[in-house]
Design a protein around this ligand. Sequence first.
Ligand SMILES: *[C@@H]1O[C@H](CO)[C@@H](O)[C@H](O)[C@H]1NC(C)=O
Ligand SMILES: *[C@@H]1O[C@H](CO)[C@@H](O)[C@H](O)[C@H]1NC(C)=O
Ligand SMILES: *[C@@H]1O[C@H](CO)[C@@H](O)[C@H](O)[C@H]1NC(C)=O
Ligand SMILES: *[C@@H]1O[C@H](CO)[C@@H](O)[C@H](O)[C@H]1NC(C)=O
Length: 477
Amino acid sequence: MLLSTLLALAPLALAKFEGGVPQSFINTAIARTIELGGSTHVVTTQYNVKALVDNPETYVLALGKEGDEPPAWYEVLVAGQPVQDVVTDNVEGAPAALVPIGKMKKDGTVTISLNEIVAKSSRPVPAEIEQRAPQYIMWETNSTLVDSVYTSDVERIKIRAPTPEIIGQGKVPKTYTRDSDLTKSGATITLGPFYSVPPTLGKDAKGEQSPFWVHYETKVPIAGIRSLRRSAEVSHWGANLNIQDEIELFNNGPRLKGQFSRLNHQQSRFWASKPAQVLSELVMRLPPLARSVYYYDVIGNVSTSHFREGVARKGRTTESQLEFRPRYPLLGGWNYTFTVGWDSPLSESLKAEQDGKYVLSVPFLTPLKDVVVDDEELRIILPEGATDVQVYTPFPVDEIDHAVHKTYLDTTGRPVVTLKKHLVTENHAQPVYVTYNYSRAALFKKPLTVAAFCGSILLLFILLRRVDYSIEKKKRE
Ligand SMILES: *[C@@H]1O[C@H](CO)[C@@H](O)[C@H](O)[C@H]1NC(C)=O
Ligand SMILES: *[C@@H]1O[C@H](CO)[C@@H](O)[C@H](O)[C@H]1NC(C)=O
Ligand SMILES: *[C@@H]1O[C@H](CO)[C@@H](O)[C@H](O)[C@H]1NC(C)=O
Ligand SMILES: *[C@@H]1O[C@H](CO)[C@@H](O)[C@H](O)[C@H]1NC(C)=O
């Protein structure tokens, strides 16, 4: 059952649009909401779509303007159901998702939802502030309107900042029929509604697209991870899965102007709100049965952390929590490198199928809210003797490498799968599946090797004793 769902994740052949995208749809309404954050921004867009022809097959969902990068993460739902076999492509020079739409008659309608996480589109402005000064973010996009290869009857965009402290924003193009350009209410900016917006992309593009920006305050520190190296090591013999993360954390907020005042920082504990740019704590949500948790840095063990086992939510034990504090508070631009790790029962992540075949599930990462990982490397270390290793990822990764890793007391070595991905968000915290064959003979190989090793040591010891003994004898003679 599990294997068949895994196979469904394989991408389909690409549909190509050589002579331009046919105008087989019209967007009857588009509503977009942009939730601005610190380093990631969550964009949700609903498209009410009408078919202009019979059986249009594929809806081309633009993910940006010509030359734009695709979002760090996205998913597409058709009529409320997630679509697995969406293909990311480049259509008319812009990133786009090719969405299979199923059987549809002319004038038939359907709702398509796009959920995106956008990263690397904001920065602190000013780039340098004093220790107690407020922290402002500049978010920028190349597209004020929602990009589409189809005509849109009506569209509206809402942008929500984390605080009502919005100190500036861009202008909207004057070319469209509209009820209003821009209205601001508290922390929300509304653009439009705009009417009869022509396609902004492709051969029929007549829509004027322009950049937009919002400059706003955020009161929480902006954490980033420059590199995450996770290793997941399976032990059938110990019935254990060990996960270890080497993390290069940094504060992506504005740099500190002048000297860091520890006194000022200590006093801030008594203020109603903590200074925004000081990153002093993070909470990691670990599996509910995590145990033997460790946390150390270059200096050694870090004791300023709390581990709370089996935290219950709504009456169910869903997770354990590691609240950890870096050894020193991190100010804008500062780095902190550390290692955390834990064990969990293998039965939680390994399922045995028939004939010695196993399916292992390894979480790609432990999510941290509003944190982007620039580069991740995940190493999955399988037991010695595992064969027919196959990997299934829930999203495309940049690199998958198979190798064999040999350590002390290994005979044939352990298969190791290494996955690499650039730009990882909290929504990538999904399981990676690895299937492999592992026989009983392989399971007993390890203890036999160890036994053989111990046996040979013993033998050596006995031999040495004998030699010794004979020398002693000689001396005495
Ligand atoms: C906006 O356009 C510029 C120039 O084409 C490009 O370098 C940049 O990556 C674009 N921004 C995004 C968020 O894609
Ligand atoms: C670090 O902590 C772990 C568990 O708390 C302990 O077993 C280990 O000996 C400590 N290491 C050092 C260097 O203090
Ligand atoms: C943090 O690390 C980055 C990249 O390694 C480096 O360029 C930067 O200077 C470091 N910052 C500090 C304050 O050491
Ligand atoms: C691995 O398992 C599959 C299915 O159980 C089986 O068909 C295959 O022959 C096995 N391969 C080896 C090398 O044991």
